[in-house]
Design a protein around this ligand. Structure first.
Ligand code: 8X3
Length: 253
């Protein structure tokens, strides 16, 4: 028998992944807490979704704002039984020795500190209610390092191991944890990584068939609607046209 979550918190909901997730869960009538940094975008998305929504505006890199906003969720929405930790992103693709420290710190703040902060708050209620599912949006980059990936790869490796490790602690609570690891998906991901350089971003997806945000939404939805005795630990998803490049060996002349 399949399972349907009833109250879903989606972080980074106004991005391409987030919107696709919101639409998928709205289709089955879930109550959705729509999180984002930009109030106007969050409210516009809430208005668009044909289900009950609660707008939650804060920056995951701001500890005080995060804790305050998460504690302000009205009682009707407090029994969150699915948290999708989707907020985050990549900044830069220069070699590590040329990368900006600020970019590294921001990626750690968004992808690691922000994610564990939201998880820490929401997980307690799930464990007490003995019901819930945390789905982290990891990345193939947590498994497969590539040039210029440095801190982004490392943050997603953190997300993978964090997901697995909290599963160990949650034994006996019925709470599920999954790490979904997308490969190349055509979204604003590269546009943001390249800080608005559209040509460079477009080139990433040129002349191939990347995944879409809807592909990942369907993967996440499937993971969350499996019967409650089934836990997907880790699920790596790539486009058929994306594979592995192998190792590189430096040769002496
Ligand atoms: C996004 C996938 O390969 O661009 O996380 O790092 S990749």
């Amino acid at each position: 028998m399949t399972y349907h979550p009833s109250t879903v918190l989606i972080t980074g909901a106004t991005g391409d992944f987030g919107k696709a997730f919101c639409k998928r869960y709205a289709e089955i009538g879930c109550k959705i807490i729509v999180h984002g940094r930009n109030k106007d975008k969050v409210e516009a998305l809430c208005a668009e979704l044909e289900t009950e929504t609660y707008p939650l505006v804060f920056d995951v890199t701001d500890k005080q704002a995060s804790l305050q906003a998460l504690s302000s969720v009205p009682s009707k929405y407090q029994n969150i039984d699915l948290l999708i930790n989707n907020a985050g992103g990549a900044l830069g693709l220069d070699k590590a020795q040329d990368a900006l420290l600020e970019d590294w710190e921001n990626m750690i703040s968004m992808n690691v500190t922000g994610l564990v902060r939201v998880t820490n708050v929401i997980l307690k209620g799930m464990a007490n209610r003995r019901k819930g599912h945390i789905i982290n949006i990891g990345s193939i980059s947590g498994n497969w390092p590539y040039p210029g990936g440095h801190v982004y790869c490392a943050t997603k490796a953190f997300v993978k191991q964090f997901s697995l490790a909290i599963r160990a602690d949650l034994q006996g609570t019925n709470v599920r944890v999954s790490n979904i690891e997308p490969g190349m998906v055509e979204t604003k991901f590269s546009y943001e990584r390249f800080k608005g350089d559209k040509d460079r971003a477009d080139a990433v997806y040129a002349n191939t068939t990347p995944l879409t945000a809807e592909d990942i939404a369907e993967t996440v939805f499937w993971t969350s609607t499996l019967p409650q005795h089934v836990n997907i630990n880790t699920l790596e998803v790539m486009p058929t046209k994306q594979t592995f490049a192998g190792l590189v060996t430096e040769r002496d002349d």
